[in-house]
Design a binder for this molecule. Structure first.
Ligand code: FAD
Length: 476
């Protein structure tokens, strides 16, 4: 059983198949980041992976198994292991990124040619990308009809599989690396905030799901847009590493709904899991979108390059409090609230007019839930160049967004404490505060906290102007 991003025992079809079919099962994880270049796991993801592998090994040991750890080319390592053990079947759960599809297809072909049976399953998605189609049998590019088509099949979703009671194997003679030897943990310890916020692993994922569906989900529709409140499930990194399956989430949520949770909120939550499905659908059918805009007009968009501005954005020093709060939350926690992700992405691609890939790459390195499908969708959607995109002329105004979604500025005060003494009225846009208010709060702009790196109104106008140049491209 070749574990990849399905680091769990429950509802794991490939593991289940191996256990049911074979007398002995060898569980292996192969660290092969080169195969995923240029999107091999970023620093925050590697932190999560280190802990998740340890948790999986513990769970396997509790049922008489053990996780073998290897590093290198996946095909060569599987071939060596087969030669060493005489294994006759290799099972895995499918991945859907362009690079992993190419690698896995090659491995499947080579092993079969060598007479080894290969069995792959779906454990990552509710519905595989090729099973949901428009009436014209084409892929969807708009979320609402896509989700409607999925909903028709939700009732037939198979129940999640139980975890195996034991994994019989005799792997003591096979050489394994230690997880520590993979050196996944970043060399600088900037992740102490991650340790406070997150517990990787299957058990923690299941506990988080139970916690969420037994109360917070009732208020999900009202609270999911409030960054100061933990009103969303926080399941995204668990989902990315396959510590929990979307099928387990949807089934448990529907059962909680039957036993009395607020129906509308549960549906809204399941619909968000649907956005993840949509992201995979798009990535599978339009694999070039990891680097190229889905809307080809944006190949001609006059993006700007400015290292200083990019750094100010990355470090949360733009002088726009809500943007800075989000970027600092990301750096310290390896995660950012969804609403704030949209706001910081809009600020980078519209107010600063920098290419969305700069943002996607920074998120890739710093998010514990960095996921190629969801990240690509999120960035292209916000930049206005993807499927079902927010129109380019919709520029999020960080000041209005603060007033609406962080009305008492709790989120800003938490992450931008140097301006915490400003009143709610001025903290959202300190550059508009009267001199007396700044003096009262002990703030000199440009000293404790920067002046805004751009003027929000004129940069918005400049972005719209730039957009008009590619509208002309479409016509010509
Ligand atoms: P909940 O609100 O509890 O939602 C439940 C689950 O639904 C999430 O765990 C996630 O798997 C899925 N989901 C929710 N919203 C979205 C969405 N808009 N797109 C796709 N799936 C969604 N999500 C990632 O998992 N990885 C990323 O790398 C990522 N990058 C993003 C980049 C940008 C610019 C934007 C705007 C969004 C991005 N998202 C990404 C989507 C979203 O922000 C996160 O999934 C969400 O914040 C995770 O928190 P949660 O688990 O509490 O979500």
């Amino acid at each position: 059983m070749w574990f990849r991003r399905d680091l769990r025992l429950g509802d794991n079809p490939a593991l289940n198949h191996a256990v049911q079919t074979a007398q002995q099962v060898i569980a292996i994880y192969i660290h092969d980041p080169e195969a995923e270049t240029p999107w091999s796991p970023g620093a925050a993801s590697r932190w999560w992976l280190h802990h998740s592998l340890n948790k999986l090994d513990e769970s396997l040991r509790a049922i008489d198994g053990k996780l073998l750890i290897k590093r290198g080319n996946s095909l060569s390592i599987l071939q060596q292991l087969i030669a060493e053990t005489g294994a006759s079947l290799v099972t895995w759960n499918r991945l859907y990124e362009p690079a992993t599809i190419a690698r896995d297809s090659q491995i499947k072909k080579s092993l079969r040619e060598e007479g080894v049976e290969v069995h792959s399953d779906n454990s990552t998605l509710l519905f595989e990308p090729w099973t949901i189609q428009t009436k014209q049998q084409t892929p969807f590019k708009v979320f609402t009809p896509f989700w409607r088509a999925c909903q028709l099949q939700l009732a037939q979703l198979p129940s999640p599989l139980p975890a195996p009671a034991s994994v019989t194997s005799s792997t003591s003679m096979i050489k394994s690396m230690l997880i520590d030897e993979l050196e996944l943990l970043p060399s600088i310890n900037w992740y102490s905030g991650f340790e406070q916020r997150w517990i990787p692993g299957e058990q923690a994922a299941l506990q988080q799901l139970q916690h969420f569906i037994h109360k917070p989900v009732d208020n999900y529709s009202e609270q999911r847009d409030r960054p100061a409140i933990l009103g969303t499930s926080s399941l995204s990194p668990h989902l990315h590493f396959g510590e929990i399956s979307p099928r387990q989430i949807v089934t448990a949520t529907l059962m909680a709904e039957l036993s009395g949770a607020a129906r509308q909120s549960a549906d809204v939550f399941i619909k968000e899991v649907g956005w993840r499905e949509f992201a995979y659908h798009l990535l599978y059918h339009f694999p070039h979108t990891t680097e190229q805009p889905l809307d080809a007009r944006f190949n001609y968009f006059p993006w700007q390059e400015n290292k200083k501005l990019l750094k100010a954005w990355q470090r949360g020093n733009t002088g726009v409090p809500l943007v800075d709060a989000g970027m600092r939350e990301l750096w310290h926690m390896g995660w950012m609230h969804n609403r704030v992700r949209m706001i910081v992405a809009s600020f980078l691609t519209k107010n600063l007019r920098m290419h969305w890939l700069h943002g996607a790459r920074w998120f890739w390195d710093t998010l514990v839930d960095a996921d190629l499908a969801s990240n690509t969708l999120g960035w292209q959607w916000t930049a206005g160049c993807g499927a079902d995109a927010a129109p380019y002329f919709r520029v999020f105004n960080p000041v209005l967004q603060s007033e609406r979604f962080d009305p008492d500025a709790t989120y800003i005060r938490k992450w931008v404490p140097e301006i915490a003494a400003l009143s709610n009225k001025w903290i959202v846009s300190p550059w508009t505060a009267p001199e007396a208010e700044l003096t009262r709060a002990g703030i000199t702009l440009g000293k404790q906290y920067p002046l805004p790196v751009v003027d929000l109104a004129s940069s918005r106008e400049a972005a719209l102007e730039a957009y008009s140049t590619i509208k002309a491209v479409e016509k010509s």
